[in-house]
Design a binder for this molecule. Structure first.
Ligand SMILES: Cc1cc2nc3c(=O)[nH]c(=O)nc-3n(C[C@H](O)[C@H](O)[C@H](O)COP(=O)(O)O)c2cc1C
Length: 459
């Protein structure tokens, strides 16, 4: 039996993900384990005659199962892996080789948004009509704990599923392919003259080459805005992908030198509204948009955009999957500390719908900006804050920049630091030890809990 691991970590051999592959290689010596380090070579695929393409084709052909192994970068796959997926979806030879082959995924992360990355993989495997065995998500340090035993158990089961040919069906691919409508959006600007400069809008766009809809939505969004909007077109900017070396987390200094730093410091950080406008390709955001997002890494662990508002414009099919909306929700809730002000989507919409969405988002933004209003974080943002806070506290010597931000903005809000709450907990623990008092409190517990509200409600 031969299993091919497609490693998507930009760090290749020295990646955490690769350690999980090495562990499996060591413990399953009776199985031929092959590995392709994709992130370093993905660009070679642009030459269809390249040796890399030939190796990829041969290894897929010879393998009984494919394992997608990758680190979670911003709740999804790294941009380089996304490039590969976009390539794959268009390559008939690779598609036919993968069809009906057994597959699974192994991902490593800090478990923030790993469910969304897993959802994407699951969806993609179905789309590729592969025989998909549910994968597994490891915290990057799980191998150093008793969870390590799950690596072998998982892989043993995967092998046995292949040997016994236990998966008989793959879902119908028809649901994935539908004609894309062409929109003709004609929003006349009420502010054709001078634009207001009170608030600064930045629109970062990433357009897969044939997406005329995105272009016309962006044009309409910009022309109908009361405020001036600066567009940063990623298709025309040279920005390199994150290589995952995380030197940047100490002092926000990225080792890659390109125009990203300029755009980030001079445009993004000084804006009031950030709009990400992207084509949806291969069922997720375009790889250039992902590249831009991955580069936010130096400041990704703290809510660097807490004083800004976020809007997403998504051109393409999004209704058949949950994870794309959640991806933007989580992005906004983690980095902006609030829900997105709006998500403009094209899937299932007509011209009128889109124009209405654009007008609505402009109006909503005006309200949010002028009244300092926003919708609060939900589970996504609040749970993420607690996870990141705890991780950060443990590795604060490395993540110095985020650590300083956390101290400055009092984000180390561990419950044990709240002395008032500690005193109340102590008091109530004592009260609950006395049966008579405990009964009394329990009898009135609901009334008791809303008592402090009367000061504000007047009731
Ligand atoms: C650009 C970047 C983005 C990341 N985004 C996430 C994330 O969204 N959620 C998470 O849990 N970990 C995130 N991480 C942490 C990695 O997923 C984690 O460290 C992973 O194990 C690295 O694997 P590797 O060494 O194989 O590349 C991110 C790391 C980088 C460099």
């Amino acid at each position: 039996m031969q299993i091919l691991f497609i490693n998507g970590s930009p760090k290749g051999d020295i990646s955490f993900t690769n350690q999980y592959i090495n562990y499996i290689s060591k413990n399953f010596s009776h199985i031929r384990i092959k590995k392709i380090d994709l992130s370093k070579k993905y660009r070679l695929l642009e030459n269809t005659q390249s040796d890399f393409k030939k190796t990829l084709v041969n290894q897929i052909k010879e393998s009984d199962g494919i394992v997608w192994a990758f680190p979670v970068y911003f709740f999804s796959v790294p941009a380089q892996y996304k490039f590969f997926i976009e390539y794959l979806i268009k390559d008939r030879e690779l598609l036919s080789l993968l069809k009906a082959k057994y597959t699974t995924y192994i991902l490593t992360s800090m478990n923030v948004g790993d469910n969304l990355a897993a959802d994407y993989m699951r969806h993609l495997m179905y789309r590729l009509e592969m025989k998909f065995y549910e994968g597994i998500s490891f915290h990057m340090f799980d191998m150093l704990t008793e969870q390590r035993s799950l690596i072998s158990k998982f892989f043993t089961r995967f092998i046995s599923v292949i040997e016994k040919d236990l998966i008989k069906q793959t879902p119908s691919p028809n649901i994935f392919y539908q004609e894309k409508p062409e929109f003709k959006i004609d929003l006349k600007s009420n502010n054709a003259g001078k634009k207001n400069k009170t608030f600064k809008y930045i629109l970062v766009s990433s357009n897969s080459c044939d997406d005329s809809n995105l272009k016309s939505i962006i044009r309409a969004f910009i022309s109908s805005s009361k405020y001036e909007i600066v567009e940063i077109n990623l298709d025309k900017s040279i920005i390199f992908p994150c290589k995952g070396h995380i030197n940047c987390v100490y002092n926000e200094d990225c080792l890659i030198k390109d125009c990203y730093q300029d755009v980030f410091s001079n445009e993004i950080l000084s804006s009031d509204v950030i709009v990400f406008a992207t084509s949806i390709v291969a069922d997720h955001i375009h790889y250039r948009m992902k590249m831009f997002m991955d580069r936010i890494m130096p400041v990704a662990h703290h809510p660097v955009f807490h004083d800004k508002h976020f809007v997403g414009i998504l051109s393409g099919k999004t209704r058949h999957v949950q994870y794309i909306n959640q991806f933007f929700q989580l992005f906004s809730e983690q980095l902006f500390l609030k829900q997105p002000t709006g998500l403009i989507t094209t899937d299932g919409r007509d011209n009128n719908d889109i124009e209405a969405q654009i007008n609505w988002v402009h109006d909503e933004l005006k309200c949010h900006l002028q009244n300092s209003f926003h919708r609060l974080q939900t589970f996504l943002g609040k749970a993420t804050h607690k996870m990141v806070r705890d991780e950060l506290y443990n590795i604060r010597f490395l993540f110095k920049s985020s650590h300083n931000f956390y101290k400055k903005h009092k984000l180390y809000d561990f419950p044990q630091k709240d002395t008032g709450a500690r005193f109340r907990r102590y008091l109530f623990s004592l009260i609950f030890l006395v049966p008579f008092l405990r009964k009394r409190v329990m009898r009135n517990i609901t009334k008791f809990m809303i008592k402090p509200f009367s000061k504000h409600t007047g009731i």
